[in-house]
Design a protein around this ligand. Structure first.
Ligand code: SF4
Length: 362
């Protein structure tokens, strides 16, 4: 058992109690609001509960006979094989993922409107394209027709803001392990739709760029051919009941959702310096932490601003709140005012551990 696992096991009861405290309070079955809570607070709690329900109710997926065009171009053949033979478990759509999906759909509709308002024709939206011989399937975002009657296949992609800044031509996608399959996807759509030209609309936090992608470019065509060969390798592995090799450089494995089946011997140990931890309590804590983050930030900001307004008032009443305050005198050593040589004499080295937690980009 690793140190982390031991610590988690020892603190499990405490964490469960904390979780209970942090979890959104249930909305009364008869819809009667708790008297002491504001409508906004109750609305926030109900929304948290709604997202939790969505996450818990998402049905499991199913195995598929098709390679998703949107996945080809990935670094790992083995992952693409797992995507076909392992059904996603029930509840795999987390509240966070659900919001990403919804936001992506909203943005896609917005940019479709922009194209129409700009005078273009947009059709074939979400049309399914299939290549049975290669077992490749996908859905295009649409075909844009210009006033001169020329057209191109359109694909909207919402990116992380940092990645978005670094992507200015289609080749830049290839330098990013997470987005490198996008040109393969659009290229396959172009082949299947019989058009040489594609148009990416890439967006991030209100910013946008248009990138063109053409199969007339030999470099682009070569990349798409490699993606098709990848589909063929996956098909062969499935027909033969084998699995493609694991990645030689396992750095992407830390964010792979098949790591637990692919790397059972190293899960909960280490992959390229990254400890992979399987612990449902920790997963729940991280999820609760994320769900409550915005509320916590709003609380801290409101608390600070309200206390600034109330500073110097010993007793006050505002609506339902009773306020009291007093002057607190504290003494501290102003180390900044000390001469350097004196301060250095009293400086000691302290040790602490700083932990940063971020969502792994998908
Ligand atoms: S864990 Fe690594 S090697 Fe295994 S499927 Fe995922 S990315 Fe590929």
């Amino acid at each position: 058992m690793t140190t982390v696992q031991a610590a988690l096991a020892a603190n499990q009861d405490e964490e469960e109690r904390e979780l209970g405290e942090l979890a959104p309070a249930p909305v009364p079955a008869d819809g009667t609001p708790a008297e002491t809570e504001s409508p906004a607070k109750r609305a926030a709690k109900a929304l948290d509960a709604h997202f939790e329900r969505v996450a818990n109710s998402s049905s499991g997926g199913h195995t598929t006979d098709w390679n998703r065009a949107s996945g080809l171009g990935d670094l790992c053949d083995r992952k693409l094989t797992y995507q076909r033979v392992i059904a996603p478990r029930q509840g795999w759509v987390t509240p966070w993922l659900q919001q990403i999906f919804s936001d992506g759909n909203d943005q896609e509709r917005y940019w479709q409107r922009v194209l129409l308002e700009a005078g273009f024709k947009l059709d074939q939206t979400q049309q399914r394209l299939e290549w049975p011989a290669k077992r490749i399937r996908g859905h295009i975002d649409g075909v844009v027709t210009l006033p001169d009657d020329t057209s191109c296949v359109y694909e909207h992609k919402r990116l992380d803001a940092n990645a978005w800044r670094g992507i200015n031509r289609w080749q830049d996608f290839l330098r990013n392990d997470i987005y490198r399959h996008y040109p393969a996807q659009l290229g396959i759509y172009l082949l299947l739709y019989g058009k040489p030209n594609g148009l990416f609309c890439i967006t991030a936090q209100g910013h946008y760029k248009w990138l063109d992608f053409s199969l007339d470019d030999p470099e682009a065509l070569d990349y798409v051919e490699q993606a098709i060969q990848q589909a063929e390798r996956v098909n062969t592995a499935i027909e033969c009941g084998t699995l493609p090799n694991r990645l030689l450089d396992p750095s992407p494995c830390a964010r792979c959702r098949y790591a637990d089946v692919c790397l059972p011997d190293v899960v909960a140990t280490e992959v390229d310096g990254v400890e992979l931890i399987e612990n449902e309590t920790l997963e729940r804590l991280l999820s609760q932490r994320e769900i409550n983050e915005a509320g916590h930030r709003a609380y801290v900001k409101a608390d600070k601003t309200a206390k600034a307004i109330l500073s110097g008032k010993p007793r006050a009443q505002c609506a339902d709140w009773t306020i009291s305050g007093k002057e607190v005198i504290s003494r501290r050593v102003n180390t900044k005012a000390m001469p350097d040589d004196l301060r250095e004499r009293y400086e000691v080295e302290g040790k602490s551990w700083r932990t940063t937690i971020k969502r792994t980009p998908k």
